[in-house]
Design a protein around this ligand. Structure first.
Ligand code: FAD
Length: 559
């Protein structure tokens, strides 16, 4: 009997996972992995840290070699072999050996495409000048390292303020280089809601990085032997000894397009829940495919390693005849830079709005990552989104110096299990003073949202702050109020509230704020029980200042 032959294009996150899972499922299948690069199974996610010399040894980036695939898994890996075409009728692919130039055909029974995504590059004037880099592979990172080691650059421009841009900014700064970030959007980290991204901007700037938001690069020029000038559409110009492009990635779909496979509206390969393309003998996984957002049901591009790995595994199972399915993504992601961690999961307010969803609310809070009395307490700025009609948890974003990713992982799990805010209240999470609090930030987030849904503490809609005719009450201490306050707010400290209730209106809503929301909660409970209509501005003054920055008072991401 001839063996079933599975050929896999691309041998990194999705492809390598698919290959090894296939072998674990089926000792008899013949598995061939083709990659045009010099390595398979390398740690793309570690590349910025290799540039920054946080990872010193390049070999640490190699998680497996072709020899290991052969010896341990009986998988044939051919590096420097590029797949150039698919003949769907003949069930063969055309391959070019990039070392010898030999061209040959390779037959398959099942074909898996995991070609990844390429860094987006615009045809800007001067884009081909030396000193302009993008980062996808180990050789890319080696080139940037060599440039830094041989030229001792002083200034760099990072184009794009997403996850990879920020990691690169940190690692270049780590090498003693002064960094400017140019980002076309009005915020860093475009997947986040803008007010949550504010914390990232503040952190980056406080570490000496120059930030230009809301302006795009228009071109590059070279002056003399070493200096680039990076020009922007808005007329700014920055000197740089190197520039790194990190403006996003585009799915590699040429093979699939040329073969007539269905491509989705977002530009990725369209697959079903078993990762099968429009050709029943061809599967596709990883950054090259479109995935269904588990919350909005919309097709999206989510180029992340976790989904690529899980898709590779599910595709292998499906090829082996198992009833495996990939149920969509909620885009759980984390990024660290300059001592700050930013993480998110599920829907943001942006995604909910663009999906036309209106049945949701947001709660803000700023609890410490562990009890305040234990040294080293730092706030986690947390935004929880939940469905008003039934309390379903929809998404969360968190920013802080520590403990951030743990909270987002808990909420990510809750979302995947279709938990509600009432479940978050009740989660039993580990606690000791150096790790958390008896009421964990996740519990607190659930309690705030659940209090609102039970009618115990209404949440005031921040986006209506500037138009509301509600009475604005600040229950902080006078010294805090004098330092800065919400425009138009009246100060009655919590301790004086019961005695001064006659000063409050009974014919209007009262929107209450304190510094982070806790004293306002106590105030709301007092007022509600005395017949007032009191609502809490969740997250308090801390949230106010990210939504309504002091200088311009222009709201960020509300409305
Ligand atoms: P890839 O891992 O990109 O592999 C595709 C492979 O296919 C490549 O080796 C390519 O050479 C090969 N190939 C393409 N076309 C052909 C062809 N025609 N013939 C032969 N071979 C071909 N994700 C996270 O979740 N967390 C992170 O912290 C993170 N950091 C990242 C940092 C960087 C710098 C980069 C570049 C990515 C990062 N990612 C991160 C994203 C993550 O690496 C990807 O989501 C993941 O690698 C996608 O896996 P994949 O198999 O689809 O594609």
């Amino acid at each position: 009997m001839t063996k079933k032959r599975v050929v896999i294009v691309g041998g990194v996150a999705g492809g390598a996972t698919c290959a090894t899972r296939l072998r674990r499922m089926d000792e008899n299948v013949e598995i061939v992995v083709l990659d045009r690069g010099p390595y398979v199974s390398f740690a793309n996610c570690g590349l910025p840290y290799y540039v920054g010399n946080v990872i010193h040894d390049e070999s640490k980036l190699l998680l497996a070699t072709p020899a290991l695939f052969r010896d341990r898994f009986n998988i044939e890996v051919r590096t420097h072999n590029e797949v150039t075409a698919i003949d769907r009728a003949a069930h063969t692919i055309a391959v070019r050996d990039l070392v010898t130039g030999r061209e040959y055909n390779e037959p398959y029974d099942a074909l898996v495409l995991s070609p990844g995504a390429e860094p987006i590059c615009q045809p800007w004037p001067g884009i081909d000048l030396p000193g302009i880099f993008s980062l996808r592979t180990i050789p890319d990172s080696r080139e940037i390292r060599d440039w830094i080691d041989s030229r001792d650059p002083r200034k760099a421009v990072v184009v794009g303020g997403g996850f990879i841009g920020l990691e690169m900014a940190e690692n270049l700064a780590h090498r003693g280089i002064a960094v400017t970030i140019v980002e076309l959007a009005n915020q860093l980290l475009p997947p986040l809601d803008p007010e949550m991204a504010k914390y990232a901007s503040q952190q980056v700037e406080s570490h000496g990085v120059t930030l230009l938001l809301g302006d795009g690069v228009s071109g590059f020029e070279r002056t003399g032997s070493r200096t680039l000038i990076v020009r922007t559409q808005g007329g700014a110009a920055f000197d740089a000894d190197l520039a790194v492009l990190a403006i996003g990635v585009r799915p590699e779909t040429k093979l699939a397009r040329d073969a007539g496979l269905e491509i989705g509206a977002r530009g990725g390969i369209r697959v079903d829940s078993q990762l099968r393309t429009s050709d029943s003998h061809i599967w596709a996984v990883g950054d090259a495919i479109e995935v269904k957002n588990a919350l909005t049901g919309k097709w999206e591009l989510v180029p992340l390693a976790g989904p690529a790995n899980r898709q590779g595994r599910a595709a292998a199972d499906a090829i082996c005849g198992r009833d495996a399915h990939f149920e969509g993504v909620q885009a759980t992601a984390v990024c660290g830079f300059f001592g700050l961690t930013v993480a998110l999961t599920g829907a943001t307010e942006k995604t909910l709005r663009s999906a036309g969803m209106k049945d949701y609310q947001a709660a803000y809070l700023h609890p410490n990552q562990h009890v305040g009395y234990y040294p080293g307490a730092h706030p986690i700025h947390l935004k929880l989104l939940f469905r008003t009609s039934d309390g379903l948890v929809l998404g969360a974003q968190a920013v802080g110096e520590s403990g951030v990713e743990r909270r987002i992982d808990v909420i990510a799990t809750a979302i995947q299990m279709k938990a509600t805010v009432f479940d978050l209240e009740e989660l039993e999470l580990c606690y000791a003073p150096q790790y958390g609090a008896a009421k964990d930030p996740v519990n607190l987030a659930g309690m705030i949202a659940a209090n609102e849904l039970r009618g115990d503490m209404a949440l005031a809609p921040w986006q209506e702050l500037k138009t509301t005719d509600a009475y604005l009450l600040d229950v902080r201490e006078p010294s805090e109020f004098r330092r800065d306050s919400i425009d138009g707010a009246v100060n009655i400290p919590l301790g004086e509230l019961r005695a001064r209730m006659t000063e409050l209106p009974r014919d209007r809503d009262i929107w209450v704020n304190c510094e982070v929301g806790q004293r306002a909660y106590y105030a709301c409970r007092i007022l509600t029980q005395h017949g007032f209509r009191a609502l809490n501005l969740s997250g308090g003054f801390k949230t106010y200042r990210v939504l309504y920055p002091a200088v311009s008072n222009i709201p960020v991401g509300v409305g």
